[in-house]
Every structure is written in structure tokens, then in C-alpha cells.
Design a protein around this ligand. Sequence first.
Ligand SMILES: [Mg+2]
Length: 475
Amino acid sequence: MNARSGAAVSRLPRAAPAPAFGPARFDGTPAAARAAAERAVRPAPFLRLPPPADEAHPPLRPLPAAFFASRRFIVHVDIDAFFASVEVLLNPALRGQPVVVGGLPHERGVASTCSYEARRYGVHSGMALRTAFKLCPQAVFVRGNYRLYQSFSERFFRILRQATPDVEETSIDEAYLDLTRCCHLYPSFSRTARDLQARIEGATGLKVSVGVGPTKVLAKLATGRAKPAGYFEIPPGGEEEFLRGLPIDSLPGIGPKTQVLLRMLAVRTIGDLWGLPRGSLHSIFGLGGDDIYLHSRGVDIRPIVTATVPKSVSRETTFLEDLWEERLLLAHLAYLCDRLTLALRQNRCYAHVIEVKARTSDFRTEVRRRLLLTPCREMGDVFRIAEELFLPLLRGTRLALRLVGVKASDLVRGKTLPLFERVSDKGERLGAALDEVRDKYGFGSVLTVREKMLDEIYPSDPDRGFILKTASLTR
Ligand SMILES: [Mg+2]
């Protein structure tokens, strides 16, 4: 409203205050007419729309101080060129050479990791092997051994979990740690993060990059700055300066398509993003736009998600031909229990419910389950329960069986110990020792006498154990 019309309004007689609800009173004066018109378009108070997003979150720097007042200490850890580094570690002749893991140059497929020496030639993970070979023909191409990398990864996460229970596994070689809850244990978070880095490098022989910040997105961006084999911590209050000059593609969630659109808006750095209102980002990129808006300011409310417990784990197999012999059926059951308990240990969980399944030759499926007060995951315990459930089931049927299976459900992370019984960790230690031997020599290297009966039926492989009919079991 300009000054002239304002002056004109002030000369009008004052209209009686309009009632909150009900029909507008109209007494013929222009002011009353205007009030009535206003009331007609004004929504009722409870229908009033919230202020536009940009008013609630003005695109202003600096970063919202209140957000960082309750500062968290997030550490992002990433093994550098993981698969390639393991290959170099085990074959020192490869040191200093470009190494590409994923397959041989003439094979179909893509590079899963490449060493920093190979990256200098423009080779990157996800690139077709043929292309990688064209760019860097002198590179050493390795097919790779996932099981081997897995065992390095397990060692890596074991060390991380010694520092805090708040560990989020984001991939085989990458994790977020939240040290905030452990503030009473560590007088200096920075020292702890650096010690952790040294411990991982000492125990695995692999180089890791560590980034530290108050949120997940900032910690991850800090790791980007630290690579390779470095440490970078964003100092409190230094977030704005750190973010300003970073290229937009370093921000998670900004892929090639988003980049093209942002370039058209003359946005090249994270600092440039700060000039775009949230509403505009939302209208272009949808919910992803809101993330870009917040992440570009270092704001990230995602919590650390510690590994989720699976709902259940099961192992079952169909026989090559229907079986009726108790001895052989129990041998199958024992082998499946062995596989099952291995999976439970790998998932670091215990089962409250053990279930046995059998399918007779006429395709009827019978299931028996037992609820356990003390959850378990030891091979001996699980097999004993499975056997107790299975035998009555088998003796009750007069038919041969075509399938048996065992399932663990109601899984929990920790084990409640009984109050009035003697507690022994013999089974736990046995399981751990078994895993260690099998890690080294393969699953088939240690089998019980009962399991060995399956030799009569199936071919075996020291690495994978018996090759059962159900393919997923031999993985
Ligand atoms: Mg990595």
C-alpha cells in the first residue's frame, strides 16, 4: 500500500471490529465494506497456511547456531581403495603399480576398485573393464576374492565397535561412528579418532581416511578432504568456511543429472547453493531438493543407524531324492544347523525361537517350533533342540521326506544370562574358534562326524562344504 492510499484510508471512519465468526456486519461505510470483503477471502484461523518454507528457513548464513549447540561428534571412516589395497598387501610386488580389481581386461564387467595409481589414468570404480584397459593397459587386473575382503572388513568393524557401540556400517569398508555418547570415556574426541585410525592401520595393514564433523554429511565431506590416508576435522564454527568452496558434486545425493540442472542455475560450489531458496530447490528436485538445501548448510538430522537385526535366518534343502533314513535326515539337519548358527554369528544375534520344517513326499509341510527363555546360537544347542523337534515329527509320518529346514527367529542382539544357573561361555568360544579356522581353510575344513555322513550323497568342496541341491546354501 502506498502513502497516498494510506492517507486516504486514515480519513475513513473506523469500522467496528469484525466478529471472529459469523456473518460480517455491513453498515454501509466503505471501511465496513472493505472489512467484509477481507473476511470473505481470509481463511479461518485454524486453516491458515504455515509461512512459506523460506520464511521458516531463511537462506541465510551462518549455519543455524542452535543446531550445532548440542554438538555431536561424528567420525566417518573409509578404507582407501579397499579391494586394491588388500591385493597389494598380500602381494607386495604390486605396490606402486596401478591395480584394477573386478576382472580381467577382456572380461565383461566393471572395475570394483582401483588403486590410486590407476586412478591417475582416469580409471575409476564402476568403469567397464575394457575401458579401464584402454586407459591404462599397464595396470594389473585382478578378479578379486570377496571372501578375503569380507574377513578384512570384519576385522575393521571389530576395531570400530571397540570404540563405541554407535557404529553404522554404510558399506563393506565405510562406517559412521557417533562418539558423543561415550564422552565420559574419552577426554579428547580428536585424540580418540586419531588413535582409532592408527589402530585400524596397525591391525589390518590398510590405510584409512578419517573425517570428523558434527553431522554425518559434514563428517563424510571431511573424509573427502582427508583422502588418501589422511585425517581432517572440521573445527567448531569452521563449517561455513569448509563448505563454501566445495564443488557441488561432493555433496551426497547430487548425481550427474542434478549437477547439470544446478550448472544451468550457475551453481558450481556449495557456497553458490546458499543463494537458492528452499522452495525453488524443492520445486525442481522434490524432497531431494530439501536434502540439498539442508546438507549444503551442513545440517543433517539422520541418526546413526546401528546394524539392524534380521527378522529371521533359515536354512533348508530339498533332497536329490526323497529320504526316509533317520540317520541321513539327522545328518542333513546337523549340517543345516551348522550353516544356520554360522549365519547367526555373522549377524551377531541370538535366537529366541527355533523352528524345524519337514516336507513329506506328498508335499505336506509340517512345522514344529520351540520358544527359548534363554536365546541361543551355539551349534550344539540349536541342533539338540532341532533334533528334539524333528524326531517326533519324523516318527509321526509314514512317508519319506523331500525337504528339511531349520529356522531361527525372534532374533536379539544380546543374550540375557540366567540368574540362577551356572553360565559357561564354552559354546561361544568354540563357535568363535570354528569361525576362525573356517575363515582360513574354508567351511568344509571342520565338520562333525554326523555331518560327514553326507559324504555318501553330495560332492564336497573344502571351501564351500557340501554342494547341496539348494544353491543358496553353498554360497
Ligand atoms: Mg573406501
